[in-house]
Design a protein around this ligand. Structure first.
Ligand code: HEC
Length: 63
């Protein structure tokens, strides 16, 4: 049970500490691409230009 202490730490931490814990996470673009392809591309298209769902490229460009 290596992960349990981490959950306990997050559970007991203040809101700012929990926010910092999230900010300290590092991204994994390759894993994100896999998730996007599996979960999102059916509606938003493989390149994000939209289909059933709106274009995410346009949403990103608008900021
Ligand atoms: C079943 C189709 C479908 C799937 C799957 C889907 N979406 Fe969407 N998404 C939509 C629709 C439809 C909207 C527009 C909703 C609205 O305007 O009320 C939307 C809106 C959005 C928006 C807001 C865009 C804007 O211009 O405001 C984002 C961001 C988004 N989706 C991201 C994702 C992500 C990330 C995933 C995968 C984890 C995903 N979507 C999966 C259909 C889908």
């Amino acid at each position: 049970m290596k992960v349990l202490p981490l959950f306990l730490m997050i559970g007991c931490a203040s809101e700012a500490d929990r926010a910092q814990a999230i900010l300290d996470l590092t991204g994994d673009p390759a894993a994100g691409e896999t998730t996007y392809t599996q979960q999102c591309s059916a509606c938003h298209a493989a390149d994000g230009t939209g289909g059933t769902g709106p274009s995410l490229v346009a949403a990103y460009a608008e900021g």
